[in-house]
Write a protein that binds this ligand. Sequence first.
Ligand SMILES: N[C@@H](CCC(=O)N[C@@H](CS)C(=O)NCC(=O)O)C(=O)O
Length: 79
Amino acid sequence: MLTLYVKTGCPFCHKVLDTGRELDVSFEEKNIVDDTVAAELVARGGKRQVPYLVDSERGVEMYESADIDTYLREHYAKQ
Ligand SMILES: N[C@@H](CCC(=O)N[C@@H](CS)C(=O)NCC(=O)O)C(=O)O
């Protein structure tokens, strides 16, 4: 399962969500406007920054929209 921490109005998040749509990849979205979710993100990744991807099947977690974009294209490209 892919989880994406996002924030309403975040252009970097939109970039990743656009890539997901392009690749037919769906995310469980968690929005850090909710303080509980923000705290969960900081506990998980170490800082309050979105987007943040969690790929639980591969045990991969990362910040940085460009890195997430590259990762999705490498591992979730359409066949
Ligand atoms: N270089 C980062 C920049 C990410 C970034 O600046 N995210 C902003 C939101 S657009 C953020 O997390 N700000 C902290 C906050 O809103 O609490 C990326 O490309 O992912």
